[in-house]
Design a protein around this ligand. Structure first.
Ligand code: HEM
Length: 199
């Protein structure tokens, strides 16, 4: 999970560097751009949490702990062990191949990633709607809001496909890649809001 977050951070730092050489500076009054920028940071934190949870699902072999959707094991609240699901450090010398957790702990991880997707979707849709409301029709930010919304729905579709089709490798890889693109799109919007030219 740490490796995943490190890679995503590095990629997005490179995106930020690239944006500095671009001319993506929409015109917008500071009084509008500033609160939107703060909102973008909040949504980036939520998405990063969801990405970390996704990494936790895959590194704990919890992808198929629930094999049905939207319920998990035909239940809205299956037996889950939250106490053991999120232990971050178990000392040295543990063999993590195929995971060390019992089934209820894996279900808890999987379930939290699903609930996290719901929270993330609400936050992103709210943010995208604000971007649309406060930028005019041809503006870069409006296009960005459209891309963010599209990527969100693709990402949720890929997540559900992971479960329904029993984790085909191309779908799992795409789910990873689209998470990266989603984060990069949010970072791009944050950049544009931070450096918007006041009109
Ligand atoms: C905004 C929404 C979502 C984001 C950003 C997200 C992100 C991620 C990420 C980054 C991973 C780790 C991939 C890896 O390490 O290879 C992951 C794994 C996973 N996600 Fe999501 N996810 C989202 C929604 C969903 C939804 C809605 C579902 C299913 C209902 C889902 C099911 C899964 C599963 C089963 C895995 C494990 C895949 C594996 O083991 O390779 N995700 N997710």
């Amino acid at each position: 999970m740490g490796h995943l977050l490190g890679g995503f951070t590095l990629f997005n730092l490179l995106v930020w560097q690239w944006l500095k050489t671009s001319r993506l500076q929409p015109s917008m009054s500071v009084s509008v751009a500033r609160p939107l920028f703060l909102l973008s940071l909040f949504v980036i934190v939520i998405l990063t949490g969801q990405i970390a949870l996704g990494g936790w699902v895959s590194s704990n072999y919890a992808a198929l702990a629930c094999v049905d959707f939207p319920k998990c094991q035909q239940s809205w609240w299956p037996p889950m062990d939250f106490k053991n699901a999120f232990i971050m450090w178990r000392g040295l010398g543990v063999d993590y191949e195929f995971g060390v957790l019992d089934h209820p702990a894996r279900v808890a991880i999987h379930y939290v990633h699903r609930v996290g997707a719901l929270v993330t979707a609400i936050a992103i849709l709210f943010y995208a709607s604000r971007l649309c409301k406060f930028s005019d029709a041809r503006q870069l930010l409006k296009k960005n809001a459209f891309i963010i919304t599209l990527l969100l729905f693709v990402q949720i579709g890929l997540g559900i496909s992971n479960i329904v089709f029993k984790l085909p490798l191309p779908v799992a890889v795409m789910h990873n890649a689209v998470a990266l693109l989603l984060l990069a799109s949010l970072v791009t919007s944050a950049y544009m809001l931070k450096y918007a030219r006041s009109n």
